[in-house]
Design a protein around this ligand. Structure first.
Ligand code: SF4
Length: 274
């Protein structure tokens, strides 16, 4: 395919619907300043991305189920675009009625589960048995994966967490080495080394994935090596700024000319003009 015909949009876009969350995880890197996206504007941006060849949108936050129009948003995007719809959640707000509304309008769910049992409860401040019930509920909506922040506290739980993911029919296990935030120092070198060894030697019954920024030196499979940077992924924060990732300090406000215009500006600033 000549590059002139490549899709303009990134393959996948994540969207922080709101910065609000009812949990207080110490290692959370979501901005704490109040913000949430305007529903009508967001629907327009997603239509623009769909028209420009984007494959999927992942809603997050904060906690995306706290976004007031969350159900309608998933339904509208699923019914009016070709985008795959996913969301990342702590899962404690999922309930039967919400699950029934989301079924058919969501294609994949990512559930955050850092550690199991008492490790999880100490880190997330929520009951682990309650979480397990929510895993079954998530599976009734769509295929789901586990997001697992890896640090010195959660690393010893990895094998048991993989076994649990298998038991609950998770289709993916995403490793997220802990990031440095104002409140915590991020994964230490010893644990990172242990994680590398574990990936190389452990036997697993669930497919493993790793955040792209932490994949260096790991035996990953990347079938789309030409699709890098903003061709592959972009992030919209809850203030309506387009970024290369949720961690990136450079952001371009999405103005009246729409999200593709912001993408062009961000590519220029980031030196990714192609
Ligand atoms: S559940 Fe997620 S968004 Fe909420 S505080 Fe924890 S890490 Fe942050």
């Amino acid at each position: 395919m000549p590059s002139i015909r490549w899709s303009v949009a990134p393959r996948q876009v994540s969207v922080a619907l709101t910065n609000a969350c009812d949990l207080r995880c110490r290692y959370c890197y979501a901005p704490k300043r109040r913000a949430q996206l305007n529903y009508e504007q967001l629907i327009e941006w997603l239509a623009q991305l769909d028209g420009a060849g984007c494959f999927g949108v992942g809603f997050g936050g904060g906690e995306p189920t706290l976004y007031r129009e969350f159900r309608g948003l998933c339904e509208t995007v699923a019914k009016t675009t070709r985008l795959a719809v996913t969301f990342t959640t702590h899962a404690h707000r999922l309930h039967e009625e919400l699950a029934a509304d989301l079924k058919g309008n969501v294609h994949f769910i990512r559930v955050s589960m850092d550690g199991i049992g008492s490790t999880y409860e100490a880190l997330r401040g929520r009951d682990f048995t309650a979480l397990c019930k929510k895993l079954s509920l998530a599976r009734s909506i769509a295929p789901f994966g586990i997001n697992f922040v890896v640090n010195a506290t959660t690393f010893p739980d990895l094998d048991a967490a993989i076994a649990l993911a298998h038991d609950y029919d998770a289709s993916e296990f995403l490793l997220l080495p802990e990031r440095r935030t104002p409140a915590c120092s991020g994964i230490d070198e010893t644990t990172r080394e242990q994680l590398r060894d574990w990936i190389a030697t452990s036997r697993r019954s669930v497919r493993l994935a790793v955040s792209e920024s932490d994949a260096d030196g790991l035996p990953t499979c990347d079938p789309l090596t030409g699709e890098i940077g903003l061709r592959s992924y972009a992030h919209v924060d809850a203030f309506g700024k387009l970024r290369r990732s949720s961690f990136d300090s450079i952001g371009v406000a999405i103005g009246t000319n729409g999200i593709l215009d912001a993408l062009t500006k961000l590519e220029a600033i980031a030196g990714e003009n192609q």
